[in-house]
Design a binder for this molecule. Structure first.
Ligand code: MTE
Length: 385
C-alpha cells in the first residue's frame, strides 16, 4: 500500500494538517502522452510505437477509459463502505486501509473494447473507436480485497462482490455511478498474481485522477471494466451487481434490444489477443526482411500462458514464430519481436497466438453490436516495393 504520507509527499510534499487535499492540485502527474478520442471524460490510448517501448507501461503511456469526468475526492473525508452480506460492515478511511498488509502486483489491464474499430469494416459499432492501444501493463500497489473482505466476515451464502465508483454518469435522464461485480471465488483469492487488489498506487506513485485516485479495484485477468476506479463502496451479495455496467453493458449482443441484453451474461475474462505495434499500418518497405514488434496477452486464467505468436507475410502459407520479451505470466502481456520476409506480393501481415491450454485467436470473430472482445488474427496492411 502506498501510505497516506507517501501519497501526500508524492503529490508535491504538501502535508496539510487537518486540511483538505485537492488531488487535482496536489497530484502533479506526469503529462499524458496519448491520442485522445474524447476529453472530459478522458478516453485516450497511446501510439502503438510508444506502447511497446517497455514491458511495464509508464503511466504517461497508459490508456484511459472513463465514462464521466474524473470526480474530485476529498481524501480527508474519504471512507470506503463495506456492506451487504458481511457480519461486520465497515467504513474505512485511507488510514484504516494503511493497516492492512501491502501487496504489489504486476498485471495487464485491457478494455473489452480494445480493437473495436476493426468491427466497423463489417458494420458500424458504437462506443470509443479504440485501435489496439486500450491495453497496458503496470505494477499496482494496494491491499488485498480478500483481506478487507475477511475482516468484514463475509457470510457463507455470499456469491458476488459489487464495486461502486464515486463518479457521476448521466444515464437515462439520471445520474448513476460506474459499477460492477465479480464472483466471490475470484474476490477471495488472497495471494498470488491473480489476487484482486484495492489499489492506491500505480507504478510506484499514487494513482492519478485519471486512473482512479485515491482508490480503485484491480482485478487481474478480468476486462478493465471490472477494475472500478474512484472506488467508494463494496457490497457483498448473493447476486451479481444490478449496476448498468454489469447488468446491461459489457455483454456480447447482436443488437441493443433489451431482450438481447437480458439474455446474455456479463463479460468477465478477456480472450487471448495480440497485435503488431511497429511498423505502422500501411507503411512502405523495400522487399526483404522486415522487423516487427508487438504485444500478446494470454486469457487471464490461472495456469494458462502464451504458447507462441506466429506471423505470416503470405496470407497464411508460412508462419514465423516471434521471440518473446518479458516475463511469462498468466496475468501480464508479453512483448514480442520478429523478422519476416516480405516481397512485392505481400499486401498484409497477419498475427495469431496460441496459449498453453489450447486457446487461440480465431481468423474471424462474430460481429457484436458493442464491439467487444475483438481478438481475430491481427491483419495489418503494408506496402512493399
Ligand atoms: N471505473 C469508474 N468508476 N468509471 C469508469 O468509467 N471505466 C472502466 C474501468 N473502471 C471506469 C471504471 C473501464 S471500461 C476500463 S477499461 C478501466 O476502468 C480503464 O482503466 P484506466 O482508465 O485506468 O486505464
Amino acid at each position: 500500500m502506498i501510505t497516506r504520507r507517501e501519497m501526500l509527499l508524492a503529490s508535491g510534499g504538501i502535508m496539510i494538517a487537518g486540511g483538505t487535499l485537492n488531488p487535482s492540485q496536489a497530484i502533479a502527474a506526469e503529462a499524458k502522452q496519448l491520442v485522445y478520442h474524447t476529453t472530459a471524460p478522458n478516453n485516450a490510448e497511446p501510439k502503438l510505437d510508444d506502447l511497446v517501448k517497455s514491458w511495464i507501461t509508464p503511466t504517461k503511456h497508459f490508456y484511459v477509459r472513463s465514462h464521466a469526468p474524473n470526480p474530485v475526492v476529498d481524501t480527508d473525508r474519504f471512507e470506503l463502505q463495506v456492506a451487504g452480506m458481511v457480519n461486520r460492515p465497515a467504513s474505512l478511511s485511507l488510514k484504516d486501509l494503511d493497516r492492512f498488509k501491502t501487496h504489489s502486483t504486476t498485471a495487464t489491464l485491457t478494455c473489452a473494447g480494445n480493437r473495436r474499430s476493426e468491427y466497423n469494416a463489417e458494420g458500424k459499432v458504437g462506443g470509443v473507436p479504440w485501435q489496439s492501444g486500450a491495453i497496458g501493463n503496470a505494477t499496482w500497489q494496494g491491499v488485498g480485497l480478500a483481506d478487507v473482505l475477511k475482516q468484514a466476515e463475509v457470510t457463507p451464502d455470499a456469491k458476488h462482490v459489487w464495486f461502486e465508483g464515486l463518479d457521476e454518469i448521466e444515464k437515462g435522464g439520471g445520474i448513476i455511478p460506474f459499477g460492477g461485480s465479480i464472483p466471490i471465488a475470484k474476490a477471495m483469492i488472497g495471494s498470488g498474481a491473480g489476487a484482486p487488489l484495492l489499489a492506491n498506487g500505480m507504478n510506484g506513485a499514487p494513482l492519478t485522477a485519471d486512473h482512479g485516485f485515491p482508490l480503485r479495484t484491480l482485478v487481474p485477468g478480468y476486462i478493465g471494466a471490472r477494475s472500478v476506479k474512484w472506488l467508494g463502496r463494496i457490497v457483498v451479495s448473493d447476486r451479481p451487481s444490478p449496476n448498468h455496467y454489469l447488468a446491461t453493458a459489457y455483454k456480447l449482443v447482436k443488437n441493443t434490444d433489451p431482450i438481447e441484453w437480458a439474455e446474455s451474461g456479463p463479460i468477465y475474462r478477456y480472450p487471448i489477443n495480440a497485435a503488431i505495434c511497429t511498423p505502422k499500418q500501411d507503411s512502405k518497405h523495400p522487399a526483404g526482411e522486415l522487423d516487427l514488434t508487438g504485444y500478446v496477452l494470454p486469457t487471464g486464467r490461472q495456469g494458462t500462458t502464451v504458447e507462441k505468436v506466429l506471423i505470416s507475410a503470405d496470407q497464411g502459407k508460412r508462419w514465423t514464430e516471434a521471440t518473446m520479451v518479458g516475463k511469462d505470466s498468466e496475468f501480464c502481456w508479453q512483448l514480442w519481436n520478429a523478422k519476416v520476409k516480405v516481397t512485392t506480393t505481400t499486401k498484409r501481415l497477419m498475427v495469431r497466438a496460441l496459449d498453453t491450454s489450447g486457446g487461440f485467436m480465431p481468423y474471424r470473430v462474430p460481429w457484436n453490436a458493442k464491439g467487444y472482445l475483438q481478438n481475430s488474427w491481427y491483419k495489418m496492411p503494408v506496402q512493399v516495393n
